[in-house]
Design a protein. Structure first.
Length: 156
């Protein structure tokens, strides 16, 4: 939830919600809310389908939707500095994102930690796909090209 707060509101109202309003004008807040709500569903769907016959399996939480918010934020602000609870290293989002997905994949395969890593992965992928689709439909701004341009700018 702390990550949701940091990405959604940010500091000085420069978070993802404000970016959605800038990008999508009057539809921004609604599109942001729809992304979060849909991510709650879509991030848990693969886990549900895999475990629907397992009466002992339980999964509850919003971490998949939070992953959608974080990865949509990374897509819009790839050079944002991200770390784990102020523990170094603090790295750019475009590096953190793939590393996070790789680590989540391996931890999910290993299992035994009672964390639904699949929800994190699917939530992240949903956040990226949703933002790209919303940008294509509701905005003239090319989100993917903006991401690439910002990453390239960081190497100059």
């Amino acid at each position: 939830m702390f990550a949701l707060f940091l990405f959604a509101q940010g500091t000085r109202n420069e978070g993802l919600e404000s970016a959605f309003v800038s990008l999508f004008q009057e539809k921004g807040k609604a599109l942001y809310l729809v992304m979060y709500i849909l991510a709650l569903f879509f991030s848990l769907l693969p886990t549900y389908l895999k475990n629907r016959t397992n009466a002992n399996y339980r999964s509850l939480g919003a971490s998949g939707a939070v992953s959608a918010v974080i990865f949509a934020g990374i897509l819009l602000f790839p050079n944002i500095k991200i770390g784990f609870f102020f523990i170094p290293p603090i790295i750019p989002g475009y590096i953190f994102g793939p590393l996070y997905l790789i680590v989540s994949h391996f931890l999910g395969r290993r299992g035994g930690d009672n964390i639904n890593h699949s929800a994190h992965i699917w939530g992240a992928l949903f956040g990226i796909a949703y933002l790209l689709a919303a940008g294509y439909i509701f905005s003239d701004y090319n989100i993917w090209q903006g991401f690439i341009d910002q990453v390239q700018e960081s190497f100059k």
